[in-house]
Design a protein around this ligand. Structure first.
Ligand SMILES: [Zn+2]
Length: 113
């Protein structure tokens, strides 16, 4: 798995798959590709819509398979997860602790979107 992009040269692409179960009501939004700030803004309407299709679902945004995660985007996403501007949701993210070998690169590349 490629863990970061050379942001200046690469067009950050966001891929989203929505999985839904009726009983129990749950929605999982799988994020692939690159999670940037603009990507988070694109995710929000999907979260809102998911909350309307079935009643009171557990909503999870799973970014553990994303190729590249901008740290500000992850902070923004976890902030929004509290329910500001959408249903509250859970974020499944890889551990970006400093022990993770690529954390430093991710921080230094930041968002070029
Ligand atoms: Zn990227």
């Amino acid at each position: 798995m490629k863990l970061f992009c050379l942001g200046v040269f690469v067009d950050h692409k966001l891929g989203v798959t929505v999985r839904m179960t009726i009983a129990p009501p749950a929605v999982t939004i799988d994020v692939r590709g690159c999670l940037t700030l603009s990507g988070v803004n694109a995710l929000l309407p999907i979260v809102r819509r998911a909350g309307r299709i079935i009643d009171g679902p557990e909503i999870t945004v799973d970014i553990s398979a994303a190729q590249h995660i901008d740290t500000p985007a992850l902070k923004y996403l976890t902030f929004l997860a509290t329910g500001l501007g959408s249903e509250p949701f859970t974020v499944l993210a890889p551990d970006l602790a400093p022990t993770w070998p690529y954390a430093a690169q991710l921080l230094s590349y930041g968002s070029a979107a």
